[in-house]
Design a binder for this molecule. Structure first.
Ligand SMILES: *[C@@H]1O[C@H](CO)[C@@H](O)[C@H](O)[C@H]1NC(C)=O
Ligand SMILES: *[C@@H]1O[C@H](CO)[C@@H](O)[C@H](O)[C@H]1NC(C)=O
Length: 178
């Protein structure tokens, strides 16, 4: 009888750990992700940010900042908003992907950078979206991606231009669009 109780408890604990402890699970819902008590990071300095302007169709101009300062995904997003009145970049075609990859490769030093996508799972269904709400109409996943137990964020590999699912708490350089 005691043994059964013990087994039941162990079962509960490991189920609990499985639920709470995996990397993707550390990420709370959407906006959150504040480390309590940690001050807001200062805006990137000029030396760690590189601005690029791309003329688009119909006279529209796209502006990007490549920030070589490693932040978690949600902090990067906040910095894009606070420091550039922008957002993490979304990518809608191959040519933009290439352009951003090349500049990110030259201007950042981690091999991967955050772009503005997140992947989440609802039971067996894994889906990705841009946090700026633009349509998810292009993707360039590396083989075996997206990977997602609960929620992951999208990183662009600066060597291949392919995208990988990364734990949102990882700290990476990032690309803002404004
Ligand atoms: C790719 O996307 C950018 C920005 O969304 C746009 O300005 C450009 O015209 C597109 N290029 C092609 C070849 O569709
Ligand atoms: C994808 O979405 C972007 C952003 O709204 C849009 O500019 C682009 O034309 C779309 N591309 C295709 C192929 O539908």
């Amino acid at each position: 009888m005691k043994l059964l109780v013990l087994l039941a408890l162990l079962g509960t604990v490991s189920a609990h750990q499985l639920h709470e402890g995996t990397p993707e699970q550390e990420v709370p819902a959407e906006q959150g992700e504040e480390e309590p008590g940690e001050p807001e990071p200062p805006c990137p300095t000029e030396s760690e940010s590189f601005r690029m302007t791309v003329p688009g169709s119909g006279g529209h101009t796209y502006r990007y900042v490549f920030v070589n300062n490693c932040q978690t995904f949600w902090r990067a997003r906040k910095l894009c908003a606070r420091c550039y009145r922008g957002r993490l970049a979304s990518i809608h075609n191959y040519s933009t992907n290439q352009r951003l990859r090349c500049t990110a490769r030259a201007r950042t030093n981690r091999g991967q950078v955050w772009i503005g996508g997140v992947t989440s799972r609802w039971f067996w269904r894994v889906s990705s979206r841009w946090i700026d709400h633009s349509p998810w109409n292009y993707s360039n996943w590396a083989r075996g991606n997206p990977r997602c137990f609960w929620k992951t964020c999208v990183a662009l590999c600066t060597a291949s231009g392919q995208w990988r699912s990364v734990r949102c708490r990882a700290r990476l350089p990032f690309i803002c669009e404004y």
